[in-house]
Design a protein around this ligand. Structure first.
Ligand code: NAP
Ligand code: GCO
Length: 266
């Protein structure tokens, strides 16, 4: 058997939400490298324009769209436009997300709701928009970008952990509801990845020393380093391809081993 053909995405259409940079960009690059046609969305025009150029620099003719994943009307229009431009969506990567690091008792209800809205309601809206087309086609792949905070909490990330824990269960529910339609819905749980989202946790201190959190995470990670968006490319391709057609409702943690490790003795 030609095992590599299982990883081919030739002829497939992939939507990566929030694919302008960071993890989404790397995942889109991986899917394009396997032959998929790439669509991505974000909210900021400048982000989109720069991303299109960055994709082109890698030989990828990605189609960029302005759409906020929390606005159903914008998502429905996005899906319709992609169908016109590229065809029915075969692969959805629910990647768009934000974090707000605020002690819970200092976090406003509005701030809490905003994180839940983008990180949990957004994936619901996007999955709901693409599933009918996947049912018609007889197959589909949905990959929800969860987090270690789908399993663990920590100070200041109550909204984010609540959203990512919910996203883990939304993943399992989509699996349960649409598995018989040959739709596989799985999650990727990245560990600590060096992107703009985590830049505040890695920035040098005024005296030039490492951020305490940076040193903490490296010590807690058996791999002894932060992850990079490129570390997620292979796992994403696996979950987007025929190689994972009997994998459903799972969260694949790509974390350098941090979730398995109690941490070095001080
Ligand atoms: P990032 O660098 O902050 O990028 C986030 C992307 O999402 C940007 O393209 C942003 O573009 C877009 N976005 C944000 N809100 C949006 C909305 N409402 N509608 C459409 N697009 C939106 O984040 P990242 O580090 O790459 O993380 C990507 C995903 O991985 C997130 O879900 C995050 O929670 C998750 N994750 C990250 C890490 C990590 O360590 N970095 C670890 C685990 C999980 P615009 O601002 O232009 O909309
Ligand atoms: C934080 C980080 C984490 C990572 C990621 C870990 O403040 O703890 O931002 O939440 O983004 O989600 O998997």
């Amino acid at each position: 058997m030609d095992m590599m053909s299982q990883f081919s995405l030739e002829g497939k259409v992939a939507l990566v939400t929030g694919g302008a940079y960071g993890i989404g960009f790397a995942i889109a690059e991986a899917l394009a490298g396997a032959g998929a046609k790439i669509a991505f969305n974000c909210r900021d025009e400048k982000h989109m324009t720069q991303a299109i150029s960055d994709y082109q620099a890698k030989g990828i003719d990605a189609k960029g769209y302005i759409a906020d994943v929390t606005v159903e009307e914008e998502v429905l229009a996005l899906v319709k436009k992609i169908e016109q431009d590229l065809g029915t969506i075969d692969i959805l990567v629910n990647n768009a997300g934000i974090i707000r690091r605020i002690p819970m008792t200092e976090m406003s209800v509005e701030e809490f709701r905003k994180v839940i809205d983008i990180d949990l309601t957004g994936p619901f809206i996007c999955a709901k928009a693409v599933i009918p087309g996947m049912i018609k086609k007889g197959h589909g792949k949905i990959i929800n970008i969860c987090s270690m905070m789908s399993e663990l909490g920590r100070e200041t990330v109550s909204a984010y952990a609540s959203a990512k824990g919910g996203l883990k269960m939304l993943t399992r529910n989509i699996c349960s509801e649409f598995g018989e339609a040959n739709i596989q819905c799985n999650g990727i749980g990245p560990g600590y990845i060096a992107t703009p989202q985590t830049a505040p946790l890695r920035e040098r201190q005024p005296d030039g020393s490492r951020h305490p959190f940076d040193a903490f995470i490296v010590a807690k990670t058996p791999a002894g380093r932060w992850g990079t968006p490129e570390d997620l490319m292979g796992p994403a391709l696996f979950l987007a391809s025929d190689a994972s057609n009997f994998v459903n409702g799972q969260i694949l943690y790509v974390d350098g081993g941090i979730l398995a490790y109690i941490g070095k003795q001080p």
